[in-house]
Design a protein around this ligand. Structure first.
Ligand code: SAH
Ligand code: SF4
Length: 367
């Protein structure tokens, strides 16, 4: 039984129930409180989460009286798409949304066509907060500061928006295959709403995406990682490490002043033990800051004995950031050093840099 679903799925500015963001249990409670049979909830959930129809008047298998009441007494889709920019021959698309209180967030769709090694993937990178309080000095979102948490509906809505767009772009049957919480915000600082969104993404009577296809990226809120380890859904976990020593990480990822590297890595051990899933460590390569061979050895030492993968991210340009990207040859040298320790290590190929849609570039400037 999901106790989170007892909580109202509303953003601070909403006073009426918002259908998108309600679990099927929530929808059932709503229907029953109106004297409707509980199975109506499943019908509404299918329209919202599987057919991407958000206007109750179009939910044709509901009785007219329920359609009209839903239309009159609830709000539906929480995001207003403002612009969409495409690049990589249309394979990468960044959407800017306006929220009900005028806030803005961005999300990115990345399509990877089928090839000899893997099936087609369609990944949506979504935001969990407006801005972010952590304040990493190389990240555009961090420069904004935290405005507010997103509601479950605002989080799930980003996936639903691109689900609907995919059908328009590719035709019936095209589906989002993966979701990564790597947009704006620190997902584990908005744990309750993020978890409700994950449950809706996962539930077979809602979006129906396997938990393994959802990845949460965090700057390392150790107690919340331990909390995640106790949850039944085994989502992917990525840690934005970026530095192998506390001195350096205190500056690059300021939450490190509270939760030191050893504490974060320990929490990851608990996560691996509970989920049997490999944890990814993200490492944005900054010239002469965190990219020496010695630092690669230190990083490998930290991860010794942990089921881990290292993902090196070529640093993306962000206005106002003092950091420069590591030259390619040095990235490869760093990668080889990690691999020599028997740790799997890849270099992330970036998508969407030219539309400011790559890692750390989402900051909700118009355009
Ligand atoms: N707040 C969460 C999730 C969003 S950030 C987190 O930090 O994990 C998604 C990833 O992009 C993180 O690994 C983040 O550290 C990285 N990132 C931020 N700014 C970047 C930049 N300028 N270049 C490359 N990666 C960056
Ligand atoms: Fe926040 Fe992540 Fe950006 Fe750091 S990298 S400021 S944690 S969004």
């Amino acid at each position: 039984m999901n106790t989170l679903s007892q909580l109202p799925a509303r953003s601070p500015v909403e006073s009426r129930p918002r259908l998108v963001g309600l679990t099927t249990n929530d929808l059932r409670a709503l229907c029953e409180s109106w004297g409707e049979p509980g199975y109506r909830a499943g019908q509404v959930a299918r329209w919202l989460y599987q057919r991407f129809v958000f206007d109750p008047r179009e939910m044709l298998d509901l009785p007219r009286r329920l359609r009209e009441r839903l239309a009159a007494e609830t709000d539906t889709f929480p995001l207003e798409p403002v612009t969409e920019r495409a690049t990589d021959a249309g394979l990468t698309r960044k959407a800017l949304f306006r929220l009900a209180d005028g806030g803005r967030i961005e999300s990115v769709l990345m399509r990877y066509p089928e090839n000899e090694r893997s099936r087609a993937r369609r990944t949506v990178c979504i935001s969990s907060q407006v801005g972010c309080a952590v304040g990493c000095p190389f990240c555009a979102t961090g420069m904004l500061g935290l405005k507010r948490n997103l509601s479950p509906g605002e989080i799930v809505g980003q996936v639903l928006h691109f689900s609907r767009r995919l059908v328009e772009i590719e035709g019936e049957g095209a589906r989002v295959t993966n979701v990564v919480l790597m947009g704006e915000g620190e997902p584990l600082a908005n744990f309750r709403n993020v978890w409700q969104a994950v449950e809706i993404l996962n539930a077979s009577d809602a979006v129906g995406l396997g938990a393994r296809r959802v990845t949460i990226s965090t700057s390392g809120l150790a107690p919340r990682i331990r909390e995640l380890a106790t949850r039944p859904l085994q989502v992917g976990l990525a840690i934005s490490l970026h530095a192998p020593t506390d001195d350096l990480r205190d500056r690059l990822v300021p939450v490190n002043r509270k939760y030191k590297i050893a504490e974060v890595v320990d929490a990851c051990r608990a996560y691996v033990a509970a989920s049997r899933r490999r944890v990814s460590f993200e490492y944005a390569m900054m010239r002469d800051v965190n990219d020496s061979v010695e630092q690669a050895h230190q990083l490998a030492g930290l991860l010794d004995g942990l089921l881990a993968h290292v993902n090196l991210i070529p640093l993306n340009h962000v206005d106002g950031s003092p950091f420069e990207p590591t030259p390619w040859t040095q990235i490869l040298r760093f990668q080889r050093t990690i691999q020599e320790h028997g740790i799997s290590c890849t270099v992330r190929t970036e998508r969407g840099d030219d539309i400011s849609g790559a890692c750390g570039q989402l900051h909700a400037k118009v355009g």
